[in-house]
Design a protein around this ligand. Structure first.
Ligand code: GTP
Length: 575
């Protein structure tokens, strides 16, 4: 697989992996953010439900007071009751309105229960109003108790709704568990405190002792109130360093458990003995209800802290989400930049360098080597390639020069420096080959030896330089008359040798005769303008059987000697 393809495959795989990881991180943060939002919403509706519960509990105060109130106090109590009912209705309306805005189906059971409370509220109020409309002697303890219980019975459904909504909030954000439980404990404490107060309504109105069952119920409620107080200490350990909570708890102990509760205890003692309480329901409410406010303050301190903490976590989740998205985007940008850099600054130069190295190895020096633009390893590689290319070119050029030099050397070592024809050594080398071919294939081969006549005299008469000139000119003229295959060489001094392949003795003699006639007819011009003439003597031999080169030369030399002896300027054949 090519490096380029591998790079893209690995990049794609990394990209996929990275995208999955990034999506996972962003989704986790998104989920935490959504859960935070849901938790804050759920805590808020828990708050609204508790508020509605509180308002309905509070409504019991003027209700009970009105049922046992003095005739002259009735208008004022009526006004208080109407205001309390309006508050309850508003709280319920607001709660239902907020709940219906939630699209989450988990809110449906709570909505149903609160709707039921709203519907049950009308009949409960009617029973209260019926008792208020009766004159004192027409009222019965049982009906008053039923009227009071009618209002109390609304609360369990609201408590159940609080439980539903709390579990939604806790599932979204487990951190709200302690606070929500504390709030619910405080709300229950307020409810039981209200209920235990309500238990005295009928006896106070009728100014009678408590019945046995009332004493039992009041005892049970006392027990629950004590339990809830203990539970507050256990459940709210995490809040022990919270100053506002500590103050609210201490207010609860001094106001409710220090004043309200002992007041009720006094009524209980009276109710167990005589039933002459010495207070009306309005006075009962006026002394007992205000201390109960400390319970709600404690609840609200917990609630404010809970919502603040939930909002902080929600904000943190939002910040983490934004951080995760931003970091993911940055990481994507860096990733792409990294891919781009690796491709541009590593992969492409390496591929290019590979091509160039292969090209250099194949002898292609035309491709230009890119300029190294960066001071990095790739830059070093490109610079090294440039050096490599230059050295390679230098080596090629040196090799060329060496070839030329060797050629020249070979030429000069084979050539006679004065005449330019082959020297004696080169003649033997080439002629041995020709002789071997001729002998192997049975071809003809003739050899001519020629010597310029009276050359010493020429030298002596015209000078050595003139002799050299004559030698050069004579060789030139002779060469013009020979074939390309003929091997022409200077044999020594003014003596030359010619090997004639594919020529028998007769043809050799004919060539020698042609050369002799040419030289004899030739006028050689001297530097001073004078002309001189020369002649040469020739000895010719030819291959007959198995003669070697020395034998052929010896035979030709003998013939040349004979030509000299017979008067020169003539051709003699061997044999
Ligand atoms: N100018 C010149 N003279 C040369 C060269 N090589 C040999 N000679 C001369 O050639 C002459 C040869 O003389 P000899 O061997 O006596 O023969 P010759 O005078 O030609 O007489 P024959 O061969 O008998 O006709 C000598 O004087 C050499 O010095 C050369 O390269 N240049």
């Amino acid at each position: 697989m090519s490096l380029n393809r591998l790079f893209w495959l690995v990049s794609l795989a990394l990209m996929l992996l990275f995208s999955v990881l990034a999506a996972r991180i962003v989704l986790i943060e998104w989920d935490a953010y959504r859960r935070g939002a849901r938790s804050v919403d759920a805590v808020r509706v828990v708050q609204l439900t508790m508020l509605a519960m509180e308002k309905i509990s509070v409504e019991r105060g003027p209700s009970n007071a009105l049922m046992g109130g003095d005739p002259e106090a009735l208008p004022a109590l009526r006004k208080r009751l109407d205001a309390a009912r309006r508050d309850s209705d508003e709280a319920l309306f607001h709660l239902l309105d907020s709940l219906r805005q939630e699209v989450d189906p988990r809110y449906a059971p709570a909505i149903r229960k609160i709707e039921a409370v709203r519907q049950a509220l009308g009949p409960a109020r009617e029973r209260i109003d019926q008792q208020v409309g009766l004159v004192r002697w027409q009222r019965s303890s049982r009906e008053i108790t039923e009227a009071v219980d009618g209002m109390v019975d609304l609360i369990p459904m609201l408590v159940s709704s609080v439980a539903d909504l709390s579990s939604i909030a806790i599932r979204s954000d487990p951190e709200v568990l302690d606070g929500l439980t504390g709030m619910r404990v405080a709300a229950s404490l307020r409810e039981y405190a209200g209920q235990v107060g309500s238990k005295f309504t009928a006896p106070v109105i009728m100014q009678r002792p408590l019945t046995k069952s009332e004493v039992i119920e009041i005892g049970k409620l006392y027990g629950r109130i004590e339990q809830l107080r203990t539970l507050l200490d256990i459940q709210m350990r995490a809040y022990k360093d919270n100053a506002a909570f500590r103050t609210a708890l201490s207010d609860l102990d001094t106001q409710y458990f220090g004043q309200g509760f002992p007041f009720l205890d006094g009524l209980l003692q009276t109710g167990l003995l005589s039933g002459s309480y010495g207070v009306s329901t309005a006075e009962l409410a006026a002394r007992y209800v205000p201390p109960m406010a400390s319970i709600l303050r404690l609840r609200d301190v917990i609630l404010v802290d809970l919502i603040r903490e939930a909002e902080i976590r929600h904000r943190q989740a939002f910040n983490l989400l934004v951080g995760a998205i931003t970091m993911t985007l940055f990481a994507f940008v860096f990733f792409f930049m990294l891919l781009y850099l690796v491709r541009q600054r590593v992969l492409r130069p390496v591929l290019k360098a590979t091509q160039l190295v292969v090209g250099l190895a194949e002898g292609n020096h035309d491709a230009p080597i890119p300029q190294a633009r960066h001071k990095d390893e790739i830059g070093d590689m490109l610079r090294a390639l440039q050096v490599l290319k230059e050295r390679s070119l230098e080596r090629i050029s040196l090799a060329g020069e060496r070839e030329t030099l060797i050629g020249q050397l070979q030429l000069s070592s084979n050539t006679d420096f004065l005449t330019g024809v082959l020297n004696r050594r080169a003649f033997f080398a080439q002629s041995e080959q020709q002789l071997a071919i001729a002998q192997r294939y049975g071809r003809n081969l003739a050899l001519v030896l020629l010597d310029i006549d009276h050359f010493k005299r020429l030298n002596d008469s015209y000078g050595h330089l003139a002799g050299d000139n004559v030698l050069r000119n004579a060789v030139q003229k002779i060469a013009q008359l020979l074939r390309k295959v003929d091997v022409f060489a200077r044999y020594g001094g003014e003596e030359f040798i010619i090997l004639l392949p594919e020529a028998d003795l007769g043809q050799g003699v004919a060539v020698a005769e042609k050369l002799r006639a040419m030289l004899a007819a030739q006028a050689f011009a001297l530097d001073d303008g004078r002309e001189l003439r020369i002649t040469a003597s020739f000895g010719v031999s030819a291959l007959v059987t198995e003669e070697d080169l020395d034998q052929l030369i010896r035979q030709a030399d003998e013939a040349l000697y004979a030509a000299k002896h017979k008067g020169r300027n003539r051709v003699e054949r061997a044999g």
